[in-house]
Design a protein around this ligand. Structure first.
Ligand code: SF4
Length: 380
């Protein structure tokens, strides 16, 4: 038996209404098995209605072009200082070789992000370096979709070169960037950000850069780093900010919008000790991630229909389970993943297409290859 308040909220969601933050919070505060089961069933029904039964995937490759970074996010096991033994910075040849390999393996997308390396400049300009990254790939492989550079990287370029966000995003778009990862969002709450990523852009700046991208015709994804120091109120406020960002893009008829929501549960195994100690565990708690996955579907689904779990963070079995909790997409093959793997994630660095297809089929749901912007590719 579930309590009547919860029942009313879930009924409202099934009738197609958006939930208020207070109602979303009630969902996150449930702890008994029957209430959580009812939330899961609601999320699954809404997923079916809003996105269908087919589970999509994208064939893509990650290229993290450097791990040298000027910042010191407290969750980050990827960053290095210049001169550290395992610091790296890929040259143009290596970037092209990785792209060529991706094309050979049928990739339609290169996902490119890197550390904030102040030395990454050409003729004293940060933007010139980033434009060369884009052109190096697009000149050889114009058909590849380049999903590149987080809002934090946009702000880094703008700050170093004294440019506006509009100037940076328009230049990257014109050079061939096809969409922007909605990473660096972590939790959009400045209190949390002061602990997690004190040198990163604040909440308002993240929202401003993503809205600017939408106005300029660059689609973005949206993410949330969960399961560290944030509380349920902050989780719901984060979802509320994403929903309102998408509502603005749609209501104002901007040429682009948020294509998907990706939940990224925190992996602490190799994270810097202070945060790891404070969180007190090395791997995400699957049950917590699944409840948040379901609540995100219920809260955002009218506006952001595509929801993706992270097989890198949860492992493939955990990500497949998330497909029963509101997700309709399993993400990409990645071919190479450094950022989370260096944090001690159990999911691995690469997924073969067949492995993803078989895992989806094990649920009795059809699968479908898609491109970055959720257009179907091929027949299955
Ligand atoms: S999360 Fe990104 S910005 Fe923060 S330290 Fe790591 S690489 Fe640098």
């Amino acid at each position: 038996m579930i309590n009547s308040t919860l029942e009313k909220i879930l009924d409202r969601a099934l009738m197609g209404y958006d939930l208020s933050s207070e109602q979303g919070l009630v969902l996150l505060q449930q702890s008994d098995a029957s209430s959580i089961a009812a939330i899961r069933v609601t999320a699954d029904k809404l997923r079916q209605r809003q996105a269908g039964d087919t589970v999509t995937y994208v064939i893509n490759r990650n290229i993290n072009f450097t791990n040298i970074c000027e910042q010191h996010c407290s969750f980050c096991a990827f960053r290095r200082d210049e001169g550290d033994e395992d610091a790296y910075w890929l040259d143009w040849t290596a970037i092209l070789e990785k792209t060529q390999d991706a094309v050979k393996r049928s990739a339609t997308e290169i996902c490119m992000q890197g550390g904030l390396n102040p030395a990454a400049q050409i003729n004293g300009k940060s933007l010139s370096y980033y434009l060369k990254l884009v052109k190096t790939i697009k000149q050889e492989y114009p058909h590849l979709h380049l999903h590149a550079f987080s809002p934090q990287e946009v702000q880094f370029i703008a700050r170093i070169d004294g440019l506006s966000y509009t100037e940076v995003i328009a230049a990257l778009r014109d050079a061939g960037v096809g969409s922007m990862p909605g990473t660096a969002a972590e939790v959009l709450d400045d209190e949390v950000r002061r602990v997690l990523c004190p040198e990163k852009i604040d909440t308002a700046t993240w929202l401003e850069i993503v809205t600017t991208a939408h106005k300029l015709g660059l689609h973005t994804t949206s993410t949330m780093l969960s399961g560290h120091i944030e509380n349920p109120e902050q989780q719901i406020q984060h979802l509320e900010k994403l929903r309102s960002l998408q509502q603005t893009a749609i209501n104002q008829e901007y040429p682009a919008r948020i294509t998907e929501f990706i939940l990224l549960p925190f992996v602490g195994q190799e994270a810097p000790k202070p945060l790891r100690r404070r969180v007190g565990r090395d791997q995400p708690v699957l049950e917590n991630a699944l409840l948040l996955t379901a609540v995100a579907r219920i809260f955002l689904g009218n506006w952001i229909p595509n929801h993706q779990p992270s097989w890198v963070k949860l492992g493939l079995p955990g990500a497949i389970e998330a497909l029963n909790w509101g997700c309709n997409d399993i993400g990409g093959t990645l071919m190479e993943e450094h950022i989370t793997t260096m944090a001690g994630a159990i999911g691995g660095t690469c997924m073969e297409v067949e492995t993803l297809q078989n895992a989806i089929a094990s649920l009795g749901r059809p699968y479908q290859q898609r491109d970055t912007l959720y257009q179907k590719i091929g027949t299955s």
